[in-house]
Write a protein that binds this ligand. Sequence first.
Ligand SMILES: [Zn+2]
Length: 404
Amino acid sequence: MALPVRVWTNARLATLDPRRSGLGIVEDAALVVRDGRIAYAGPAADLPSALLTSSDVVDCEGRWITPGLVDCHTHLVHAGNRANEFQMRLAGASYDEIARAGGGIVSSVGKVRAASEDDLVLESLPRLDALLAEGVTTIEIKSGYGLTIDDELKMLRAARRLASLRRVSITTTYLGAHATPADYRGRNRDFIRDVVIPGMKAAQAEGLVDAVDGFCEGIAFSPDEIRLVFDAARALGLPVKLHADQLSNLSGAALAASCGALSADHLEYTDEPGTNAMAKAGTVAVLLPGAFYFLRETRKPPVDLFRKHGVPVALATDNNPGTSPLTSLLLTMNMGATLFGLTVTECLAGVTREAARALGRIGETGTLEVGKSADFCLWDIGEPAELVYRIGFNPLHRRVWKGE
Ligand SMILES: [Zn+2]
């Protein structure tokens, strides 16, 4: 057990506190943790002296502290890999061609169905550990490779079990409408009626689901079909989010916004009406540069429109076996900068504050503000820009989750 009060002194904070500008930097700072929550984050000179005499004090030796990183879009629980499809794509096949040939998401489905819950947990742990080693303290994990009620629930149970094996907060998302399994090919509405919606209800009844997601795309589900799924989610009181406008513009972002979605994700083909709708609804744009890079896409998400309309932007790994076998949020930030033109501040906010917002967890984590969970990272860096600048280098000194 940690002491009830611990004071981290001689630190430099990037608080990401929206009441401060930019990264919310505080030099010569101290951070106080009481009962796993942030009790103070600010100038050391203003620290109440009573805290110093009665507390356990840690000298940070001038290190930078940021909020713990949040990976707000992953398919981390899966079985096997799709290195063979990677090889096919390198030989010239498109994502669409691979999907129509029965590859893509559907090829991961067989492996997940064959795996036990224990198998899924064991296979996913090394991927989770890679993220934790870079300072992740909150991660979202989706179902979506089971596509039967039992297999979707198995994936969600595996995701929940990971939280009992590692010191990390995990939110789970039900992605029943990820792909149509072979036995429902051409019958999306039947699949939604027979499997997606009953599976959602079963997951909700078992306490396995924090949000509901869908894949709105020509190779997946139409906007009208997604609306059926979202209507069911909202009837259960579950927040929604959407894989939208990744490979074409089906107005997925606007659909997500019209349903009050927490986030719309990918967004390479999103237009100005979609952006405007997201801004009005407070829907976060979750950009996934790993998938863009891995698929060698050329159409970039409209970052200038997000800035113009004030849409919050988050970044995530999209860790998945088919299109983004990426387990590094540090590299994701570098890709967000180099591929999408995001600034250092946008990248760092995108894996902390805005990622927490995209999960509906902004009141709990994502910034160094009083009252939030004491989730933070100490870094061996001279300035925050180094976290975005380096490629394949991990300067994490210490990861703290709930104060420990
Ligand atoms: Zn995804």
